[in-house]
Write a protein that binds this ligand. Sequence first.
Ligand code: ATP
Ligand code: MN
Length: 331
Amino acid sequence: MRKLASLQRITTLEPIPNADSILKATVLGWQLVVKKGEFSVGDLCVYVEIDSILPERPEFEFLRARSNRIRTVRLRGQISQGVCFPLSILPDTLEVEEGLDVTTVLGIEKYEPPIPAQLSGVMKGGFPSFIPKTDETRVQILVDLLQKYEGEHCFVTEKLDGSSVTYYLNEGEFGVCSRNMELEKSEDNSFWKVAVNLGIEAKLNSLGKNIAIQGELIGEGIQRNKYKLKGQTVRFFNAFDISNYEYLNYSDFRALVENLELPMVPVLEERFPLVSDINTLVELSVGGSLLRKETRREGIVIRPLKEKTDQIGRVSFKVINPKFLLKYEDA
Ligand code: ATP
Ligand code: MN
């Protein structure tokens, strides 16, 4: 679970050009605007991430016009992600400790975008236990991990803004899953339609093993069709060996989808020595989509060429383009 609110230290405070009363603060790998005089470098604060929905409380009144949701904003030219509150918003009895998750204590909930009908489908069952769900950690909370893997050769793909899909073949049985559940076969459901159109069951069958492929469904009716596609399709980003419970390394994944003539997510870099500076990675995330250059890309996903696991589980993370969030978050 994502820690939406936690106790974190302010590591830097810098002036913002042409702004006297505010400063740019760094917390974890996030940059945000704070009021001048409210915090000093080294202070602990309650840091609340974007996508948080705050409860009704006088201290959160300033967010009312934004439905109490913390979003990416730009203030005096400075992109600001998240909000720092003083420790005084916490209950007196709480024992203050750096890193402590206070999401529940503060009654904070996560904003979830609504799911369109053609995607929701009819549930056949829970998400299969023999395949991991798709997910990506945000780079901004990986300060230590980045240092550990600095220089590691990675590949970088474009993060597409669609809807997660998993197709699998296990012990001869074909299944279609959205982000959190397995779906009943249906002609109305987009995940199934694309499976049928691309002949995915037969393709997976031809491999003769228990395998799952995971990707992003994009196109008409999905996330406002930012890539302006006709119809719907999928772009794959994972292949998972069910029998050995492991992801395929990049080169094997790539070979697999190419042999099956299935489309992959766009690749930005195939041999990128990982850098640990988060601002540099954020800059790399900014740009047009490789599917349609006039569309801002949502971001990028970075992974080592050889699969690795660490404290966060699979070493793989996302860097969201802050300009994408500025453009699309308010709608
Ligand atoms: P958060 O955890 O940050 O609150 P979230 O869990 O809803 O947000 P997303 O921001 O949607 O996650 O990011 C993870 C999703 O990104 C994956 O589940 C996957 O469907 C999707 N995705 C799109 N493009 C890629 C890609 N190139 N590589 C990996 N995943 C991708
Ligand atoms: Mn997530």
